[in-house]
Design a protein around this ligand. Structure first.
Ligand code: ACM
Length: 781
């Protein structure tokens, strides 16, 4: 194929598999809004010169960015006349490109033309050119760089393409902020939201209140730290150990922490701005304020240090005290002077308002303002602060709770509560700008699995389910992922959680077209680049395997690495290491055992560990049952169950469903017990794949097949069972704690492609007469 591409590229693209050819030749993420493939390459070498066309003077930083990159790889530019014989890279001001981030990139003949009217567009043209250069440009040296000819006209779908980093729960160095910004720039993100304060630490210097950082920037190790240390042991993963760079020993105590001085932050802001990334500061209030309240208890209504935050949300500051409002204004005055962004994030999430309810001061305040509930108090606080922000030239931004009691339409909102389904419409209908950051797909602190890339990529910020009209949709200005750092004590762990998910989000925010298969192919070609940039990304998944496998006599087990650069190693005891045997031939399985497998890079980095248990089984004999009805009986239990085993006694109601599916009408939080029979058409070893949000457990023939229990987001687990042809008892339990439910059951036999279990396989003892008539008899196996 490669040779054909070189000589007959236009023909090659017309052939079947054209998409592969395109993605190999142009492995761009995000994919441009328009790309016309062209044959041939252009060579960049020491004779290549950068030309600024008249009017392109505003691109001097962008020019130096490109120049720096080329010089690092190629060495000094050739001198004298010879350079005029080389390729010209032309930077051009094109005033027809009126959108601030738009650009054109034309690579043909002996020229590379980058055109934009605004510096951001020029910067993005350069990021595209960078991704068309070989990955070696990132850290290598050489004499020439080949770039494929192409004609690209590009601009983003959404103006807000953000990442949020929580630096409070665990702290990140300024060096890491720079690395993070670099990762963002490569994929055309433009907003870095820093969650600078929370209950667990205050991370930005405030000159008027220096103790906020000198004292509340540090803590003795807390429960989040101990949870991380425990995870490091449980998962054999050093990325969960606290970063020693953020630990100090002082007065005989071990403390964790760190903070940014205003000078350090100014340098970060400049670094980001040069890469067309705006930093949005968040000072979370009135809740999530323990770091300040511990020093200044008078900020609360009662003047006390507040509740133990583990028992719900922490005590908020008191909006009914003039001194508290002054404190907030002092803080935001310094923040507004420091950060040039239009938006300042006030947080506003998860405010526990019982203390406001109890406070005589707030009761009086509410009476004076004719408020009937404490949500209106938060609204009053937000509107007061929004007025103040306005007076200092800023716009308030907050989490979606700020719309609950109403909010001034000038404020902007981040939607995160996936379960608050009406919040997006309420926000946009009120005229507020809205950024989509849904918990679930865009909470990158959630542990990734083989489904997470697709979940990010396929989230639709303009989902018709939000019920907006076209005008309301216009208020959706973009997308953002959030990285909450309770369980992220190291930079390596942060890298692992964001990458490669960030690339899926980049394409959603910039391209917003469904090119998923092509995206996956292009992603494969990003890994070499990310390795060279020292990004500790999550390695590609091992091929999909049942975690619980059964065999009758013996079985052979083998699987290929997810890509040729990786090696799979396995261990019978403990976790695989670089010293463990390589899975390079099929393993004979003749006794029940557990294997742990993982992919390894040539540098020895380990991917996610997958545990597979092999269990010796005999075929479960089929039953002879008469008087059965089609469908499966489902018992519904009302209530919040955090495990399927928490459902006891008789269900509150029951119904007959034709298949394993969720009932259309159900309580907010509930549990289900599916009871009946499953009839398999042939004797064999069956794999079952059970996806659920929250937990589920599948038993067939009184054997546990899939264990997917507990409170969790959408997750697939699988298992196998050996079944004789015919009927077997089925018991499937499911729980939903609210916040979105899902239940899907697929099967495969003899390693065929999984497919949904058909309705024709399900039987129930029926109800009324049918129940009495059903008889269960052991059949001969
Ligand atoms: C949030 O996750 N509390 C915004």
């Amino acid at each position: 194929m490669r040779k054909i591409i070189l000589f007959f590229p236009a023909i090659a693209w017309l052939m079947a598999g054209a998409q592969t050819t395109l993605t190999e030749r142009y492995p761009l993420i995000p994919w441009p809004s328009s790309l016309a493939a062209k044959s041939g390459d252009v060579v960049i070498d020491r004779h290549t010169h950068i030309v600024m066309e008249a009017g392109a003077g505003t691109f001097s930083y962008e020019r130096s960015f490109l120049e720096g990159q080329l010089r690092r790889f190629l060495g000094p530019e050739a001198s004298g006349k010879t350079k005029m014989t080389g390729t010209a890279i032309i930077l051009k001001d094109d005033n027809t490109l009126t959108s601030p981030e738009a650009y054109r990139l034309t690579i043909s003949g002996k020229t590379i033309v980058l055109a934009a009217h605004f510096p951001a567009g020029m910067f993005y043209a350069m990021q595209t050119l960078r991704q068309l250069m070989p990955p070696a440009i990132e850290n290598g040296h050489g004499n020439r760089l080949h770039v494929p000819c192409v004609e690209i006209a590009d601009q983003p779908a959404f103006p807000w393409r953000g990442m949020m980093l929580d630096v409070s729960r665990h702290f990140f160095s300024t060096a890491y902020l720079r690395k993070f910004i670099d990762m963002m720039a490569l994929y055309k993100f433009n907003k870095l939201h820093l969650h600078l304060t929370d209950d667990q630490g205050w991370r930005i210097e405030i000159k008027k209140y220096p103790r906020l950082t000198s004292e509340s920037g540090w803590r003795t190790l807390n429960d989040q730290d101990s949870a991380c240390i425990k995870l490091a042991k449980q998962t054999d993963n050093p990325d969960f150990n606290l970063d020693p760079a953020h630990i100090r020993h002082i007065d005989g105590k071990t403390e964790y922490g760190g903070f940014y001085t205003q000078e350090e932050m100014k340098a970060i802001i400049r670094y980001a701005a040069a890469r067309h990334i705006e930093i949005i500061p968040e000072i979370d209030m009135p809740g999530h304020m323990m770091a300040a309240i511990l020093l200044y208890p008078e900020l609360t209504c009662e003047g006390k240090k507040g509740d133990d935050w583990r028992h719900g949300f922490t005590t908020p500051i008191c909006p009914c005290k003039e001194s508290t409002l002054q404190f907030a204004k002092d803080i935001f005055t310094e923040i507004a002077n420091l950060f040039p962004s239009k938006y300042i994030h006030i947080g506003g999430d998860e405010v526990g308002k019982t203390e406001w309810q109890k406070s005589p001061l707030c009761q009086q305040f509410m009476k004076d303002h004719h408020f009937t509930n404490t949500d209106q108090l938060q609204t009053w606080f937000n509107n007061y602060m929004e007025d103040f922000f306005h007076s200092i030239g800023k716009t308030l931004l907050g989490w979606d709770e700020i719309v609950e009691g109403g909010i001034d339409s000038a404020a902007a909102v981040m939607f995160w509560r996936t379960w608050a389904k009406k919040a997006p419409l309420k926000t946009t209908r009120n005229g507020n700008k809205l950024i989509m950051t849904p918990d679930g797909p865009f909470y990158f602190d959630a542990w990734p699995d083989r489904h997470s890339l697709s979940a990010v990529y396929h989230y639709n910020p303009l989902d018709p389910a939000y019920g907006m009209n076209a005008n309301e949709e216009k208020n959706i200005i973009g997308v953002q992922a959030n990285l909450w750092s309770e369980r992220i004590p190291t930079e390596a762990r942060a890298d692992y959680l964001v990458m490669p998910r960030m690339t899926a989000l980049a394409e959603l925010g910039w391209t917003h077209k469904d090119l998923y298969d092509s995206y996956l192919q292009r992603l494969e070609r990003q890994y070499d680049r990310l390795d060279r940039l020292n990004v500790h990304y999550r390695l590609p998944d091992l091929p999909e395997l049942s975690e619980r496998r059964v065999f009758i006599d013996t079985a052979m087990f083998f699987t290929h690495p997810p890509n040729p650069g990786l090696t799979i190693r396995y261990a019978d005891n403990g976790f695989p290491t670089t010293a463990s045997p390589v899975l390079d031939h099929p393993l004979r399985i003749d006794h029940s055992r557990e294997l742990r497998l993982a992919a390894f890079t040539t540098a020895g980095r380990r991917g996610d560990v997958q545990t597979i248990s092999f269990e010796h089984q005999n075929y479960a004999p089929a039953l002879k049952v008469t008087g059965l009805a089609r469908g499966v009986e489902v018992g519904v239990f009302r209530g919040e169950f955090d495990s399927t085993t928490a459902m006891h006694g008789h269900p509150d109601s029951s119904m007959l469903l034709s298949n394993v599916a969720l009932p259309t009408n159900h309580p907010d939080a509930y549990g289900l017990q599916y009871r009946g029979y499953i009839e398999v058409p042939a004797t064999g070893i069956y794999s079952f794949f059970l996806t659920s949000d929250d937990g589920s457990m599948l038993r067939i023939a009184d054997r546990l097949v899939v264990a997917n229990d507990g409170a969790h987001s959408s997750r697939e687990k699988s298992g196998q069972i050996a079944l004789r042809q015919g009927l077997h008892p089925l018991a499937l339990d499911y729980i939903d704690l609210g916040g979105g439910g899902e239940l899907q059951l697929s099967y495969s036999k003899d390693n065929e492609k999984p497919q949904p279990v058909p309705a024709s396989w399900f039987f129930s003892a029926g109800s009324g007469e049918a129940t009495g008539a059903a008889k269960q008899v052991r059949a001969h196996g």
